[in-house]
Design a protein around this ligand. Structure first.
Ligand code: PLP
Length: 455
C-alpha cells in the first residue's frame, strides 16, 4: 500500500471547493445543469441542517421526504458502523443476518399476510419489481396507474408515473392504463362531497376495468396517500372499494408507500389508517431514513407462493445489502423504542393541522390545507373561487415565480420548504418537536405574505 495515511481518509473541503467540483463534475437530476446552484450542506442534526457559513435550516422537507428519523441519529450511525466493521457486503445469493432480521422486522410491522420482502436499492426499483410480480402472478399485462402520481424515474417507473415528469420519457412501457384517483378539491368527477368523490372514482375504475377487459388487468397501482402530487388523502371507502374491485376481478393491488410508509402518516403504513391489506406494498425512504439506500416490496403469501417453484426473473447486485439492512433493523427498533410513530400521529392531529388551518384564515393564497401525520400540504391559489393555481403545471415540476420567491422568503428565515408546482408541503422528520413545528409555522406565516401578493 502506498501513500501517507492522514488523520482522516475522508475529504475535508471548503465551501468553494465543494461548489466548484460540483459545478464541474456532478450531473444533477431533473434540472437544466446551468440553472442550478445546490446549497453545500456541512452538517446536520435532528430536524436541522447547516450550511458552510453555519446558518441552520429547519428542515420541513426531510430532504426528499425520507429523513423520518431525523438527521444523525446516534444509534442508527452506530448500527451502520458496527455492521461495517463486521461485514460490509455480501451478495443476494448468500444469506445474511442483517438481511434476515430486516425482512423479519419489516414483515412484522406490515399488514397481516404480507410476510416476504424483496429488497431493492430504492423506490423506483421496488415499483418495477412489484409490477413484474403482479404480471407473472396473474399472467396478465395491463397495469392501472393514476394521473397525479409519482412512482420513480427508471424506465418502467417513470412510465407508471402519472404527472408531467413522464412526458419527456414517453412513449414508455406498454400496457399502462391511466385512471383518475380521488381529489375532491380538483375533482375529475364534478363531485361536491368526499362521499361522491369516492363513489364516482370507484365507478370510473370499474368502468375502465370493464372496457379494458378484466382478464387483461394485472394490477392497480396507487400511492396510498399521494405524495409529491399534493398529499391527497383518500376519502373514506375509496381504498376498501379498490380492494373489493381487485378481489372481484382477480387484480393485484399494489400500494406504493415509498413516501407515505414507515411512520410518515402516523402509522407504520398509510394503509393501516383504512385497515386495507394490499397484495404488494412498495417501500423505501423512511425504512431507514435514507442513511443507506434501501427499498423493497412486501409480498402477500399468495403472490410469494407463485414463485415457490417458479423462478422470479429479477434481481439486483445490492439487493438486501448488509449495511442498508442493518440500518433498517436499527431504524425500526428506534421507531418502536422512541415512540416515533406516535409522535408523527400526535403532530398531525394536535399541532400541524390546527396551525395550518389558522394560517389559512390569515392568508388568502391558501386554497386548501390537507394532511395526516407529518405529511401535509398547502395548496396555493390566485383566487379561492376559481382555484386557479399560483403557478401552472409544468413538465419538470420545478417551481416558477411566485413559488420561487416564496421559497426564498422561507430560506432567508431559516426554513427549508418542500415545493412542488403550486404547493408547499410540510413534511418534517417524524421526530420533530412541537416547538420546532411552531418555529417553522411562524416562518411560513411571514413567507406566505409573498404568495398573498399574487392573490
Ligand atoms: N414512489 C413514490 C411515491 C415516491 O415518492 C418516490 C420518490 O419520491 C418513488 C416512488 C421513487 O423512489 P426512488 O427515488 O427511491 O427511486
Amino acid at each position: 500500500m502506498t501513500g501517507t495515511l492522514t488523520s482522516s481518509l475522508l475529504p475535508s473541503s471548503t465551501e468553494e471547493q465543494v461548489r466548484s467540483a460540483d459545478r464541474a463534475h456532478v450531473f444533477h437530476s431533473w434540472s437544466a445543469q446551468a440553472m442550478i446552484d445546490p446549497l453545500p450542506i456541512a452538517s446536520a442534526q435532528g430536524s436541522y441542517f447547516a450550511d458552510f457559513a453555519g446558518k441552520r435550516y429547519l428542515d420541513f422537507s426531510s430532504q426528499l421526504v425520507n429523513i423520518n428519523i431525523g438527521y444523525q441519529h446516534p444509534m442508527l450511525i452506530a448500527a451502520i458502523q458496527e455492521q461495517a466493521a463486521k461485514l460490509c457486503t455480501v451478495g443476494p445469493p448468500f444469506a445474511n443476518d442483517a438481511r434476515s432480521e430486516a425482512a423479519r422486522l419489516i414483515a412484522g410491522v406490515a399488514p397481516r399476510g404480507l410476510d416476504k420482502v424483496f429488497f431493492t436499492n430504492g423506490g423506483a426499483e421496488a415499483n418495477e419489481n412489484a409490477v413484474r410480480m403482479a404480471r407473472l402472478h396473474t399472467g396478465r399485462h395491463k397495469v392501472f396507474a393514476a394521473y397525479r402520481s409519482y412512482h420513480g424515474a427508471t424506465a418502467g417507473a417513470i412510465a407508471l408515473t402519472g404527472d408531467p415528469r413522464r412526458w419527456d420519457s414517453e412513449p414508455g412501457m406498454p400496457g399502462i392504463v391511466r385512471y383518475w384517483g380521488p381529489y375532491l378539491y380538483r375533482s375529475a368527477f364534478h363531485a361536491e362531497t368526499e362521499a361522491q368523490e369516492s363513489e364516482r372514482a370507484l365507478q370510473h375504475l370499474r368502468n375502465l376495468i370493464t372496457v379494458e377487459g378484466p382478464h387483461t388487468v394485472a394490477a392497480i397501482l396507487l400511492e396510498t396517500v399521494v405524495g409529491t402530487n399534493g398529499i391527497l388523502i383518500p376519502p373514506e371507502g375509496y381504498l376498501t372499494g379498490v380492494r373489493a374491485l381487485c378481489d372481484e376481478f382477480g387484480i393485484v393491488m399494489i400500494a406504493d408507500e415509498v413516501m407515505a410508509g414507515f411512520g410518515r402518516c402516523g402509522e407504520w403504513f398509510a394503509v393501516d389508517h383504512w385497515k386495507v391489506t394490499p397484495d404488494l406494498i412498495t417501500f423505501a425512504k423512511g425504512v431507514n431514513s435514507g442513511y443507506i439506500p434501501l427499498g423493497g416490496v412486501i409480498i402477500a403469501e399468495a403472490i410469494a407462493a407463485t414463485f415457490e417453484t417458479r423462478a422470479f426473473p429479477g434481481g439486483l447486485t445490492y439487493s438486501g445489502h448488509p449495511l442498508a439492512c442493518a440500518s433498517a433493523v436499527a431504524s425500526i427498533n428506534i421507531f418502536k423504542d422512541e415512540g416515533i410513530i406516535d409522535n408523527a400521529r400526535m403532530l398531525g392531529k394536535d399541532v400541524i393541522g390546527s396551525a395550518l388551518h389558522a394560517l389559512a384564515e390569515r392568508h388568502p393564497s391558501i386554497g386548501e390545507v390537507r394532511g395526516i401525520g407529518t405529511f401535509w400540504a398547502l395548496e396555493l391559489v390566485r383566487d379561492r373561487d376559481t382555484r386557479e393555481p399560483l403557478v401552472p403545471y409544468n413538465a419538470t415540476g420545478t417551481a416558477a415565480a411566485p413559488m420561487t420567491r416564496f421559497a426564498s422568503a422561507c430560506k432567508e428565515r431559516g426554513l427549508w420548504p418542500f415545493i412542488h408546482f403550486n404547493r408547499t408541503h410540510i413534511v418534517p422528520p417524524c421526530t420533530t418537536t412541537s416547538d420546532e413545528i411552531s418555529e417553522g409555522i411562524a416562518i411560513l406565516d411571514e413567507a406566505l405574505i409573498v404568495a398573498d401578493q399574487y392573490y
